[in-house]
Design a protein around this ligand. Sequence first.
Ligand code: ARG
Length: 464
Amino acid sequence: MKLWGGRFTKEENQLVHNFNASISFDQKFYKQDIEGSIAHVTQLGTVGIISSEDMKKIIEGLKSILADIESGKLEITEESEDIHSFVEANLIERIGEPGKKLHTGRSRNDQVALDMKLYTRDEVVEVDSLLKKLLEVLHRIMKENIDTYMPGFTHLQKAQPVTLAHHVGAYFEMFKRDRDRLNDIYRRMNYCPIGSGALAGTTYPLDRDLTASLLGFEGPTLNSMDSVSDRDYLIEFLSAMSTIMMHLSRFSEEIIIWNSNEYRFVELDDAYSTGSSIMPQKKNPDIAELVRGKTGRVYGALISLLTTMKGLPLAYNKDMQEDKEMTFDAIDTTKGCISLFTGMVDTMSFNKDNMESSAKNGFTNATDAADYLVGKGVPFRDAHGIVGQLVLFCIEKDIALDDMTLEEYKAISPVFEEDIYEAISLKTCVEKRMTIGAPGMEAMKKVIDINEKYLAYDKGIVQL
Ligand code: ARG
């Protein structure tokens, strides 16, 4: 049944119906559609726009539809154009005349704006809570590894020694910012569009404050034309998810490198790796690769919606129906990736010896050797040159700075003394970096403590 058949004299062409229909995907928010209708009707009844008997019958009917869908008794069929028509037609079938009053004072334009917002609002909370679980795992790894030394890289070349806690801590900061972004988005989007009608409000004396508060919104939106055509909150959410995926993808890339035969910094748990159909020795980091790969898909959804929206005149246009499929896919993809990534990192083991010897063998302490000379009165530029000679010497002999004899040191510069070994040990290199944000143990402990409080007091996104 069409909601709008009255004005038409011909049956709709089947291909047109198929092209136009959205029920195959908007049935995803049947629950929010019904929840929104219950709030709308409660408001109509409270204000007296419909009688309270009608209000009660409609609410009962809507609740029974919800129960029947959830129990599998009522199947959402694709003959209806969209989920809104499906629910309304079913309501009229169930309760007769009063059902025809459900759509008083609203349009599908404000209805779909509401449904999508209700659906996404729950998903923002969901993504945030998955990120919190990931942060808890990262926090544990940090606490356990404040003295696990490893090379820090720039240009993927060994640069200076850091600790595993410090490296993982960088991702902790990223995902913490991601959660902040979700919080911002939630606050900004939490205004209720229903009651805006098709575009110009309605002639009924609706109590929009009431509907908004029944649905846990801060209040009603303030411009009816904007209300039915605003999809900013989806774009913001897609952008936040793209950033989350970018962070997951960078971390995945590192795990793939760390898991390679050449590095062997980490060992992925068997449950989170896969084998090869032909090469028996293989244990592949497929999960990390898939997370990296799926990132493009989420970016795609963001660019797609930005492009859909960019030429639309006010107010509602059917183009906006295209806001759904890719957004749903992006949400499901991001949630799946965060969960799997969390499990993979939680079960991964670290080869601390390999990390430490890699830091030792890559001249990551060269800056510290130069600083040692500066401490003995050599100007930094000269010290830089002297250490350059040491490095050249070591490369020729295939040894580390720590392996040179004192005579060899002195042959290059007489300033070197026995205390050079202590000065360039990995431990010293890291521990001397003790300003907040640096890898030294005292600095790290302060940060871990701040993170601990953040995780303990944080209640996630507080829903009204
Ligand atoms: N399926 C439509 C959408 O997703 C619902 C709104 C329909 N409104 C309309 N005027 N055709 O945008």
